[in-house]
Each structure stands twice: as structure tokens, then as C-alpha cells.
Design a protein around this ligand. Sequence first.
Ligand SMILES: *Cc1c(COP(=O)(O)O)cnc(C)c1O
Length: 401
Amino acid sequence: MKTEELLEIAQQFGSPVYAYNAETIASQYERLTAAFSKVKQLKIHFAVKALSNIAVLKLLKKLGSGLDTVSIQEVKLGLEAGINPSDIIFTPNGVSLAEIETAAALGVQINIDNLSILEQFGAKYPKTPVCIRINPHVMAGGHTNISVGHIDSKFGISIHQLPHIQRIVNNTGMHINGIHMHTGSDILDIEVFLHAAEILFETAEHFPDLEFLDFGSGFKVPYHEGDIETDVEELGEKLGARFNQFCEDYGRDLTLAFEPGKYLVSESGRLIVQVNVVKQTTSTVFAQVDSGFNHLLRPMLYGSQHGIINISNPKGKERFYSVVGYICETDTFANNRRIPEIREGDYLSFQNAGAYCFAMASNYNSRYRPAEVLWYNEKAHLIRKRETFEDLTRNQLNIDI
Ligand SMILES: *Cc1c(COP(=O)(O)O)cnc(C)c1O
């Protein structure tokens, strides 16, 4: 999407608005699959929690992707988008047995991440194939909120509990068809990933009826200049070769599965906002926009840096700004950021706003969640209407007090 096209989207659909470029999603999908072209059976499951708009799920289906889901509602969104249940993997954490049973009844692949549910589910449904999520205890990420492989993490079944897993499997006679790990977002180091993969391979040797190995995600995309990025070609080369070797030793071709969220959609997205006020204080210049952490939480939650472009004045003289929102709470998007001169009324575009952005939006301060637009075949398609006042009051019961 060019700057002029972003501006047109803001003018046509109003502000704030999320816009996703379908071409970027397709090229990321193709880059990932090309990197693993030496693997005979590769399956990508898009992590729905990153961006759950049905139109985006349909686009991913068209590309050949399945879905990774973490709630029964995400499963239902996937089915609504026309995805085959067999192309959906259900990887929840800490949900009830009842929710897992509901998902299993819909025909999706179940992935269990604790011994208690494994034993209960296995005893009740020994014939339903189940994948096991293990925790290899490898720290892949740099940020404490997104490294889920460490020893006290709530995710997965500890690799040290393998004997206990085996006892449950033997006692219940259940069918384990996949082994899974997800060591958290942001793989900084391919060697760390390969190390975790070795643990997965070792685990897999203990299960004779496997159909797939799921290596989760953690693919890093650059958020700002000089930011690190996963070299998927190098990963594909190294993990692909190792995986093929494993299949040979195992005696059968398995499917290599991944479940990227951020990698597929982050760079495709923009959040376009409008500047309400330019405010000088004794120490800085604030650009206050018609948005806040109700629409884009990542900078405040994770300290993420989203690039900011002044699409109304892209060639303007650069100045330093603190870009903040209109929420009555500290909602700083960026501090001391060099941006072409910002005037009141200008539209700004936040980069990398495809993953975990709209998905985390709320109605805080009783604001509407933004519209969403998919840029597809050189045209902007509205894929979610901006909310209205009726949306805010829909479930409230205005009783007489
Ligand atoms: C969130 C999540 C993903 C996707 O992670 P990204 O960093 O967005 O690629 C994949 N698998 C599971 C189990 C997850 O919870």
C-alpha cells in the first residue's frame, strides 16, 4: 500500500482504521514455504490470535494455510471462514476438559498441554488422536513476557515428565499423533531453536504413531530499523535437513508443522490515525491522535516500537515528537520520535500493525473499535465496520434503579 493509498483509505473509511495488505501476507506465506521446500510435507497453521478477521482467515485458506487456535471461539471463527476442521489445530492453555471435548467433537486436531487433562481426555476418548505440547525448557525470546519455554512457565508439559506422559498413554491406550512445542515469540537465535528441535526429536522417538511434528512459532520480523529478523532461509535449510534425517530414522515421512502469527501478518498491517492536537510543553512536543491503547496496546504492554509515518506530509521537515493517544491514562505510542512535521489534522500510519493490534483492541473509555480494511487486488475492501454506540450498549441492561 502506497502512502497515497493509505491516505485514501483514511479518507474513505474514516479514522482510526486498520488496513492490511493481502499481498504482504501472501509473500510472507510464500517466503516461509519456499524456505522449507526440501521438506516433503509442510503445513502452516496461522495463529488466529494474532489477527482473527474472517476475511483474513479466508485469504490464508486460499494460500493453503490451516489455523492454530487457542479458544473454542477461534475454532468457530475458522469454521465460519470455511476452513476444514482437519486443518485446524486447537492449542489452548489451561482450558476446561469440556472446551476440549467441544473442539474434538467439531473434528479439529487436539493439542494437550497438561498431564491432568491428558489423562482425563485419554481415558474418555482413547480413539481420538491427540498431539502433546511439550516444554523443552529452552529460552528463545529476549523479553520475559514472550519466552514460554523456561522451567516455571505455565505452557506445555515439562520434558522431564516424559515418563509420566508415557504412563498415561500406555494406561489409557490413547493415540498420540503429534508432538508440539512453542517456545515463545521472537526467536533471536537459530541455534537456540535447533537445540529445542533436538529435544522434540528425542521425544518423538518414544511415540510410534506420529503423523506430524509441530515446531510452533517465534519467527521474528523487524519492527524498526536495525531490528533483528529471523533468517527463515537459514532455518529452513538447517531444520529442513535435520527433519528429513529424522523422518528417515523414524521410518516414515511426517509432516513438519509451524504456527506463525506475527510472521505472516505483522508487516501487512497499518493503523491509520488522525492528529487531534499538537501540544508543546516545556520539554517536548506532543502529537495527540484519535486513538490510544484501546486500539494499539503493544507499545504500552510490551514496549514495542511501531514505526510512525506522517502520510499527510511524508516529505516534511523532520522534527522530534512524542506521539500519544486520547485516552485518560498514559498512552504513549512513541517518545522522541523523528517524524516529518506534524500538523493538526494530519494522518499518521503506525507500521507493523497486523499482529496483536486489532486483536487486542478494547472499548476502554467507551470508544469504538476501529474499522478494518483489506487491500486486495489493488482495492480497499471493508472487512469490519467501525463500531457504533449500539455496540457499546448491546449487552447492557438498562434496568430501572
Ligand atoms: C501465539 C502463539 C503462536 C504465534 O506466535 P507468533 O509469535 O505470533 O508467531 C503460535 N503458537 C502458539 C501455541 C501460540 O500461543
